[in-house]
Design a protein around this ligand. Structure first.
Ligand code: NAP
Length: 276
């Protein structure tokens, strides 16, 4: 049996180089706006990485940072301003916002053509209607990995474990639209351990270190682990990899695909704005 790594590092590198080549040839003045709030360490690291990669590709990037005590209205006001500012092709709000801010309300103010992180209600609605414009970057990154490795989804059974607004829920709809037969499991699902072996593809995004055990799998399944927990640990027990036909390592699988997908969508948003 083949045991192939779904190499997100290499696949994302290829995608980033493609975007860079496009803007080397046709430079743009349009920018990406990243809004971040508070002092979450992870968020600061991610914002910095996104800014660096964006600038590497030739896309200017401005980070608008608010202190932890910022009001929801401050963020809403900025999103409204950026929405009609032609200098900015894309707007993204770094998740998570502090608890006192209604995060989804802020996401929903981003117009679909600038929603490069794909988290607004409108973007989700377009995906559900089969008119996807922009999708949540991690979900899109996983779809791009399937594509890069010619893994066909048509008619295949997929178990999506996790149904968050950021990953599991939109991804389950995207998989369905791509022709897969999708089952969604979550924290209330009964007998998860017995279910896993029945699916060709198992995707996990729950945020619980190695909760999905190696002995839940059978030989030859495709394992995609979006989990990223303290100590570089995924949501799937890494001993499961040896049984898989294809698998994403943690780190170096799904993670790198997220930023590359954000930049891919920003590049498309620039096209939209420049051709308005
Ligand atoms: P989240 O918002 O906390 O959602 C977790 C989901 O997992 C929920 O749907 C929850 O079910 C389900 N769940 C929790 N415990 C479960 C259990 N014991 N059995 C089955 N389902 C369970 O998390 P998220 O934002 O989707 O993130 C999930 C993971 O992906 C995290 O490790 C995160 O770090 C990672 N992630 C990585 C990237 C990246 O770029 N690499 C980006 C985003 C997220 P209920 O809905 O029933 O509560």
């Amino acid at each position: 049996m083949e045991n192939i790594i779904l190499d997100g590092k290499q696949t994302s590198k290829d995608l980033v180089e493609e975007i860079k080549a496009k803007f080397d040839k046709n430079p743009t003045t349009k920018k990406l706006a990243i809004i971040s709030v508070g002092d979450d360490y992870g968020s600061a690291v991610y914002c910095n990485m996104k800014k660096k990669k964006s600038e590497y590709c030739g896309i200017g990037c401005e980070v608008f940072h608010f202190e932890n005590d910022a009001k929801g209205e401050d963020i809403e006001e900025l999103v409204k301003k950026l929405s009609i500012d032609d200098n900015f092709a894309g707007i993204m709000i770094q998740h998570p916002l502090p608890k006192h801010i209604d995060e989804q309300k802020c996401f929903n103010l981003i117009p679909p053509e600038k929603d490069v992180d794909g988290l607004s209600a409108a973007s989700f609605g377009l995906i559900a209607q089969g008119r996807q414009l922009f999708a949540p970057a991690t979900a899109l990154g996983i779809m791009k990995l399937f594509e890069a490795y010619n893994i066909s989804l048509v008619g295949e059974t997929v178990l999506m474990i996790g149904k968050s607004q950021i990953v599991g829920l939109p991804l389950s709809v995207m998989l369905m639209k791509a022709g897969a037969t999708v089952t969604v499991a979550h924290s209330r699902t009964k007998n998860l351990a017995d279910m896993v072996k029945n699916f060709k593809i198992v995707i996990v995004a729950i945020g619980k270190s190695e909760l999905v055990k190696a002995d839940w799998f059978e030989e030859g399944q495709i394992i995609v682990d979006a989990g990223y927990n303290e100590g570089n640990i995924g949501d799937v027990d890494h001993n499961a990899y040896a049984k898989a036909s294809y698998y994403t390592p943690v780190p170096g699988g799904v993670g790198p695909m997220t930023i590359a997908s954000l930049l891919d969508q920003t590049s498309k948003a620039i096209n939209i704005l420049e051709n308005k």
